[in-house]
Design a protein around this ligand. Sequence first.
Ligand code: AMP
Ligand code: MG
Length: 287
Amino acid sequence: MLASHRRSTDIPAWYRVGMASNELQLPAGKRVKLLDRNAARTPGVRDRAEAEQRLAANREKLGELQYRLWAENERAILLVLQGMDTSGKDGVVRHVLTGMNPTGLRVTSFKKPSEVEMDHDFLWRIHEAAPARGEVGVFNRSHYEDVLVVRVHGLVPRTVWSRRYAQINEFEGLLTGEGTTIVKCFLHISKDEQKQRLLDRIKDPEKNWKFNQTDVTERRHWADYMAAYEDVLGKCGTEWAPWHIIPADRKWYRNWAISEILVKTMERMNPRPPRGTFKASELFIGD
Ligand code: AMP
Ligand code: MG
């Protein structure tokens, strides 16, 4: 049976419990027009001060939840970050995940595939980077590049990339069914905001290192990227691995929103370290 036709009963019960969608979560199969979506919205929080305060509290909670997930050693969580250049994927890793223990955290940044990677199917390198039981995995870019940059630049024929949406849904169904909760976030910035951020990178010597000439050439394909993202969101927003559209023109909002989604998701997972199978009264440790 195709993953896109999975019954909701195939989804583990603990995952379904309380899966009340938050405001930024896109209902499965829903299509959006990104141009109509305001990237500067800040739903759920009053102002910057409140967002920063709540982000700090969430970081602590994430540290605690990660500790329990690691100790439980049964399930994993995978945060998938996608977005245009300068949308803040690296910023999220830096600002949201800092309270976690690096031992149980696995961050992978996907670049242009190597020759060896190109000799395999597009999911080969992705599957290898998926988090193990107990781990928090983060994908900075992901398998979605294979229907984004690859599609925009025609790096493979349409017949090849158009099959990938279903292949991705199937793959994410496999991970979910085996115990990995997938949280997908599209960092939505406006074209104007990207211009400001690119100018900052040029003007501010401290930020020069972030500037990349290819960001400017990619920017010329903005409309094509938005169309490709609309297909990603519409075709790969599933019940088992939904997309969130994060308004990302304000960095403080973006950081808080993702921290909140992670906290809520991990609280729902409610990881529980195993209890000892011994009787403490019968144990003798010795001198
Ligand atoms: P950055 O995220 O700025 O380090 O840039 C990484 C670059 O790798 C981006 O330009 C991506 O579009 C590119 N990239 C990532 N995955 C793929 C892929 N599967 N095929 C082609 N280019 C990719
Ligand atoms: Mg870049």
